[in-house]
Design a binder for this molecule. Structure first.
Ligand SMILES: Nc1ncnc2c1ncn2[C@@H]1O[C@H](COP(=O)(O)OP(=O)(O)OP(=O)(O)O)[C@@H](O)[C@H]1O
Ligand SMILES: [Mg+2]
Length: 311
């Protein structure tokens, strides 16, 4: 549905002849009906990637195709398949109501929309009470919902959502996850960028983590979670006779004592290492109280990739 190949976008650096690589050789492909999440710290290049895909930024080099149509060579035809919510609150006309915005943005796409359809979309987003209020009088979260409503009203096959849950309250953010899953079931393909790890855990099929303009990992979410699940262990030892020095000698650090229990967190690069550690405990007569796999959350995965560039 979307193919980005070797995308490069640089900007002049202030007070220097060098250029800053906002996006540095990024390639990615979105399959039909998948939810693909772009993750990355501030300034990683997510918005630049999304703006390039929707034709708002002309890249220095690289190719972008929407359903096989080049955005650079055949812009109008390619962009007919996508609608977008950009980050920030510049997606709407502030002097118009949500209903008027929907009618206007559908109109410039040459799409007519019935009033009842527009109301239904606003209802789905919990915004029907404010449908005739001027956008500039709405709260930040309501404006975000109105922007999402305009995007949905276009009824395109592909949705690009840059930070869609920014400004939404907890309930709205949870409802938004359900909405995304519903849209996927209706056949939509969704590319979203976010800092909201709960959203990624709840909805994404695949995840690309960006750092400094590059994709450092692109993987199915399930596989990423499995990979990390296999690594983290929490081991509890009985402390009778077991000293801190002994554990340090065995190469184990970061332990914590609580009563007669010593707790250690291990992050292993392979599950095999665990056998060696258990063998060391046996040889040193250290009693194991319990071994548990640690739960992973996306935050951990994210930090691990963005701090070092590799897990
Ligand atoms: N118009 C511009 N002129 C100069 N530099 C820019 C411009 N737009 C973006 N950049 C720079 O490009 C880099 C990538 O920015 P981008 O907005 O794509 O990051 P992001 O991943 O969306 O970050 P965030 O999570 O904060 O939204 C940043 O270093 C940013 O300062
Ligand atoms: Mg951004």
């Amino acid at each position: 549905m979307i193919r980005v190949k070797n995308l490069v976008k640089t900007y002049p650096k202030r007070g220097s002849k060098e250029r800053l690589s906002a996006v540095d050789d990024v390639s990615l492909e979105l399959k039909s009906e998948e939810i693909f999440a772009l993750l990355g710290p501030n300034g990683a290049g997510k918005t630049t990637t999304i703006k390039s895909i929707c034709g708002l930024i002309v890249p220095d080099s690289g190719e972008i195709e929407i359903k096989g149509i080049s955005v650079l060579k055949n812009r109008t035809k390619a962009l007919a398949h996508i609608s977008v919510v950009l980050e920030g609150n510049r997606n709407l006309y502030w002097r118009m109501t949500p209903m008027e915005n929907i009618a206007y943005f559908c109109g410039i796409r040459g799409k007519s929309i019935k009033k009842s359809e527009a109301v239904e979309i606003l209802e789905k987003l919990g915004l029907s009470e404010k449908k005739n209020e001027l956008v500039h009088k709405l709260s930040r979260g309501m404006q975000q919902k109105a922007a999402i409503a305009v995007c949905l009203a276009a009824d395109t096959e592909i949705l690009l959502l840059d930070e869609p849950t920014l400004g939404l309250d907890v309930n709205s953010a949870v409802e938004f996850r359900t909405l995304l899953k519903d849209l996927q079931r209706q056949g939509k393909t969704i590319l979203l960028s976010t800092h909201d790890m709960n959203l990624v855990e709840a909805v994404a099929d695949r995840v690309a983590i960006m750092s400094n303009g590059k994709i450092v990992v692109c993987e199915e979410k399930r596989k990423l979670l499995d990979l990390f699940k296999a690594r983290g262990y929490r081991i509890k030892l009985l402390s009778n006779g077991t000293t801190g020095e002994k554990l340090t000698q065995l190469g184990l650090s970061g332990w914590k004592k609580d009563g007669n229990i010593i707790e250690i967190h291990l992050n292993l690069s392979s599950a095999k290492e665990l056998y060696k550690i258990i063998e060391d405990f046996r040889l040193n007569q250290i009693e194991i109280e319990s071994i548990e796999k640690e739960l992973v959350n996306f935050e951990k995965i994210f930090i691990s990739y963005t701090n070092s560039g590799s897990p």
